[in-house]
Structure formats: C-alpha cells, structure tokens
Design a protein around this ligand. Structure first.
Ligand code: PGA
Length: 251
C-alpha cells in the first residue's frame, strides 16, 4: 500500500509554548481514535522554538516532527539560523525547504535551496521540497525550480525526498487548485524527474499537494489528483480539522 503524508506547517503560529503544547496534545489524542487503514505518515512542523514542547507531547507515538527551514551548514557563525544537524539532534525526521513564503520574503532560490537540500540529506533528514507557480505564471516555473533544487542530488538520494506542489495563489486563500490542476502538476513533476533521473525513479518520489486543503477536499487530491498527501497550513492549526483530514485520508 502506498504511503500517504499529512504534514502540518504551523508557520509562525501559535504565539505561546502552552498553545503549541495544547495543539500537539489534542492532535495526539484525537489521532489515536483514527484507525489507520492506510500507511499514513503524520508530521508536525512547528516553529523551531516549540520543537521540544511538540516532541515531548508526541514522543514515542506515530507522529513525526520536522523543521520549517534550515541552514546549509552544520554549525558556525550564522546568527539567527538553525542547522539541519540541530534539527536531527533535536529529534526531527523532516524539514521543509523552499517554501514559497521563504522564496517570497527571504529571497531563497535555486542555489541556496539546493545547498539546504544537500545539507538536510547529509544529516539524514527527509527534505520536503516545496515548489509552485505564482498567479499568472505557467507550470513550467515548477520545472525550473526542481532543476535548481535538485542539482547534483544523486539517484540514491532523490528517493529520500518528498516534493510538495503548492501553487502560490492557492496558499491561505481558501481557493485550492482543482484536483485536475494538481494532477497536471504531478505529471509535470514526474516528467521532470524522469528527465533528470529515470521514469522508474520518478515514480518512487512522493508528490504531495498544498494550498487551502481541508477535511472536505483532501480526498479529492489523493483520489482524483493522484497526490500522495498534503502539506497543510491553516487547517493544521485546528486539532479537530487536522485529524478529520487524517480520517478522510484513511478511507
Ligand atoms: P494553507 O498553507 O494550507 O494555509 O493554504 C499551505 C502551506 O503554505 O504549506
């Protein structure tokens, strides 16, 4: 059975450690009642500061943890940064890299994202590489983003990456892509991976969707859009809604 991913991106929320603990704790409790009928990997990516709180609440359970970003060096004079080694040593399994908000507000692009992916892999973290076109741009932008991010990433390592297709115009707007649009993006992503590696390897890389997902639309992205799960922003900040998404995916 194909593995499905439900990945929470809390972004810069909530504003107190207590709230972060409460949210994680509620997710854990509610998720216990969801009988897994598929292989569902649930991941919480809180702000760095709350990782210990979230890990304490989720320790030993089915939920994995991830960072929302990382630096490309393991340590050193980089004021304000968090390294992939730190994330690994704190207990994380995943790290989101190249989110559109980082591309937009922090001018992250090709070479830097590629360095971060390389560093994450070196530290045995699973990079969740986010790609997506802005409003008015064509899907070919995604091809360029993939080529930039995956430069010199080996055949062995490409199998360890999760790709999140997140059209920028769908993020936080309440206007998700249609499952058909998601499917077109998936086809383009697999074609690009096929060119960079092989069709066989392309088929092994999970592609998830992000952008205004909720418990009502998530299943359509999996069943009609061919997606392997979702990267979830707004809906991951409400324990009941997030766990409803997990239940819907278990159908
Ligand atoms: P959203 O965010 O679910 O709030 O649209 C998704 C994301 O930015 O990862």
């Amino acid at each position: 059975m194909k593995k499905l991913y439900l990945i929470a991106n809390w972004k810069m929320n909530p504003t107190t450690p207590k709230q972060a603990e409460k949210l994680a704790g509620e997710i854990v409790l509610r998720l216990k009642k969801v009988k897994p009928s598929r292989k569902l990997e649930t991941v919480l990516c809180p702000p760095f500061l709350y990782l210990p709180n979230v890990i304490a609440k989720t320790f030993g359970g089915a939920i994995k943890q991830g960072g929302q970003n990382c630096h490309f060096e393991d340590s050193g004079a980089y004021t304000g940064e968090i390294s992939p080694k730190m994330l690994k040593n704190a207990g994380c399994k995943y790290v989101i890299i190249g989110h559109s908000e980082r591309r937009m507000y922090f001018e992250e692009k090709g070479e830097l994202i590629n360095k971060k992916i390389t560093a994450a892999l070196k530290n045995k973290l699973v990079p969740i590489l986010a790609v997506g076109e802005k409003k008015g741009e064509s899907l070919s932008v995604v091809k360029g983003q993939l080529k930039g991010a995956l430069k010199n990433i080996s055949e062995k390592d490409i199998k360890k990456i999760v790709i999140a297709y997140e059209p920028v115009w769908a993020i936080g707007t309440g206007n998700p892509a249609t499952p058909d649009e998601a499917l077109s993006a998936k086809i383009l992503i697999q074609k690009t991976l096929g060119e960079l590696y092989s069709a066989k390897l392309a088929g092994l890389v999970p592609v998830i969707y992000g952008g205004s997902t909720d418990s009502k639309n998530i299943l359509s992205f999996i069943e009609e859009g061919g997606m392997d799960g979702a990267l979830v922003g707004g809906s991951s900040l409400k324990a009941s809604e997030f766990v409803k998404m997990a239940s819907a995916m278990n159908k």
